[in-house]
Design a protein around this ligand. Structure first.
Ligand SMILES: [Zn+2]
Length: 356
């Protein structure tokens, strides 16, 4: 008997004990404070699964570019995680552990700033980008087009099909290559035109790695210095403006000395391009001669720069200090004459009105 009562009592006590703990599931229960999330898994190169999908979706939502949300943590995801870490004051190791994931899913996660589209041909003067005149990583030129959409494939081979340039530049290039063909000079290749800030960073890093592979005793600093003689730092390349084009001969080991190079250096000016880096000006431009690199500045500036035998830096300095007149700027005497004509015309109108 006693045993049965005891069992019942225990059962009642147990029910009473468990009632309060059943409360959180009920609708009228007060919300419990959310504890900081704990992420036990470190997501890194090679990780797969739903957690990686979530990570990729969140990175994408914040403006980073991990590639498609395929649940595979590859190179693209790693680069996006590193970018996120850099912008959020975290160690940029490309591995998403507790600290990174906590920040990523929080309200204070810093997003990737949006790119800023700039009309790079808007000013009276050609835009200068060099080692001492950098542009920021968010500048993207307006009116970029795929070269293959503008260039006649019979005139030129575009080495990489996703190569872009500013439309006006692509059109000038096509006109120039048509003229070359008329002169019997064919077989051209475009190897680079627009390069984003991120692509420039990659190009520089590749060049540094190449030097280090070729010269076993070189330090990274030494390889970097050598690389910077021909590859600009990100933000310091005019390829980021979409106005520079690297043009050469498909399959040829060197461009200098080819008939295409001779034709280009004699005629590119007429189509608005300048040979940007020459041997004579390397102390001013800071770059070794690059026979293949042409820069669009528009025909008026290009012809004037050729006439003066200057590099772009000297030309812009000359305009700034007043020793060079802007091309197309009206002669001061002519301006006066034009103004007096207007006054005369105005007077005539007044006279006519009075007559009536
Ligand atoms: Zn170039």
């Amino acid at each position: 008997m006693m045993n049965r009562y005891l069992k019942k009592l225990t059962a009642i006590l147990l029910i009473l004990l468990f009632i309060p703990s059943a409360a959180p599931g009920e609708e009228d229960a007060a919300p419990a404070p959310t504890p900081a999330a704990v992420y036990t898994t470190v997501l890194r190169t090679g990780s797969r699964g739903d957690e990686v999908v979530q990570l990729q979706l969140r990175l994408n939502e914040l403006g980073y570019d991990p590639g498609s949300a395929d649940g595979i943590f590859g190179k693209g995801t790693k680069a996006a995680v590193q970018e996120f870490q850099k912008r959020n004051g975290l160690k940029a190791d490309g591995e998403a552990g507790q600290q990174t994931l906590e920040k990523l899913y929080s309200d204070t996660a810093a997003a990737m700033p949006a790119p800023r589209t700039v009309n790079v041909l808007a000013g009276d003067l050609p835009m200068l980008v060099n080692k001492s005149h950098p542009v920021d990583e968010f500048l993207v030129p307006a009116d970029l087009v795929l070269l293959n959409d503008v260039l006649d494939s019979k005139l030129v081979k575009v080495k990489y099909k996703d190569t872009k340039a500013v439309r006006q530049v692509a059109e000038a290039l096509n006109d120039m290559l048509e003229a070359a063909k008329a002169d019997g000079v064919t077989k051209w290749q475009i190897s680079t035109a627009y390069r984003s800030f991120a692509q420039q960073e990659k190009t520089l890093n590749n060049k540094i790695s190449n030097y280090m592979n070729q010269h076993s005793g070189w330090s990274r600093a030494k390889a970097r210095n050598a690389a910077l003689r021909t590859v600009a730092q990100p933000g310091r390349s005019e390829h980021q403006l979409g106005l520079a084009v690297d043009i050469n001969v498909p399959g040829a080991s060197s461009f200098s000395g080819t008939k295409q190079c001779k034709w280009l250096h004699a005629h590119c000016w007429e189509y608005g391009f300048i040979v940007r880096y020459t041997e004579e000006k390397k102390d001013i431009t800071g770059f070794d001669a690059e026979a293949w690199h042409i820069r669009y500045v528009g025909t008026e500036h290009a012809l004037r720069i050729r006439e003066l035998g200057m590099c772009l830096e000297e030309y812009l300095d000359g305009i700034e200090d007043g020793t060079i007149e802007l091309p197309g700027e009206p002669d001061p005497d002519e301006t006066e004459a034009a103004e007096s004509e207007i006054t005369e015309a105005d007077t005539e109108i007044e006279e006519i009105m009075l007559d009536e």
